[in-house]
Design a protein around this ligand. Structure first.
Ligand code: MN
Length: 233
């Protein structure tokens, strides 16, 4: 064993439904503006005929398991939820054709792409990076991984409630770029690896949280994800 100056961070991992082993997480990718009604509510409608998908990443240290209670983060007054279907990659691939995308898929999860909306929009409109708006400590919430090897999800209700009141309600069949297209496109930029998670984008209805809120989201056929917001630390 090598000796390190200080203890390195533990391996990030998520439980796998029905398995004793854990799913070690490698990288966190996020698709931006992938439901038309959400793109419109952000004031940036998408024309798929002339655009490609775009992505941002979050550092692995932001990964937080479903069910956590996390403090309201610093330096924001508009902390938002974004409910998302998450693809769990189980096999490496580079420049993968859409028709072969299923070969990389281990399973799925449900996730929350928590966002400092105020900072994200300032960054967007000034042409700056989105990191402070998106790469938030404890801001990448993810459920257990549900094994669905080689399966491409094409439809299913996706919804999120805050304190029992529904805020987001859509269907995965409304993805602008579907899962095959995302794997094809993202794998042109990155050598996808086992352990990569791809958050596929959020539907309309995003909104702010306050301390004390309990978020509960679900994707039909996959499962649920929850998060509780505590006072600012
Ligand atoms: Mn998102």
């Amino acid at each position: 064993m090598p000796q390190y100056l200080f203890n390195p961070p533990p391996v990030a991992a998520l439980p796998i439904r029905g398995e004793a082993t854990l799913f070690p997480v490698n990288r966190l990718f996020f698709v931006g503006r992938n439901y038309h009604a959400h793109a419109v509510e952000m004031g940036k409608p998408v024309d798929k005929s002339v655009e490609r998908p775009f992505y941002f990443t979050k550092s692995i240290g932001t990964l937080t398991p479903s069910g956590a209670t996390v403090p309201y983060p610093s330096e924001t007054a508009n902390y938002h939820f974004e409910m998302e279907l998450v693809v769990a990659i189980g096999r490496a691939g580079f420049r993968v054709a859409a028709a072969d995308a299923h070969e990389l898929i281990y399973g799925y999860a449900t996730g929350l792409d928590m966002t400092r909306r105020d900072l994200q929009l300032v960054a967007r409109d000034k042409g700056r990076p989105w990191d402070l708006g998106k790469d938030i400590e404890q801001g990448s919430v993810c459920s257990e991984i549900v094994p669905m090897p080689f399966t491409v999800i094409e439809r299913g209700a996706i919804e999120l409630a805050v304190n029992g009141q529904t805020k987001q309600q859509s269907d995965v069949d409304k993805l602008i770029w579907d899962i095959r297209e995302i794997v094809e496109d993202l794998s042109r930029f990155y050598h996808l690896q086992a352990g990569d998670l791809i958050y596929t984008g959020t539907p309309e209805g995003v909104g702010p949280v306050v301390s004390g809120d309990r978020l509960e989201g679900r994707v039909e056929g996959v499962g649920s994800v929850s998060l509780t917001i505590a006072p600012a630390a």
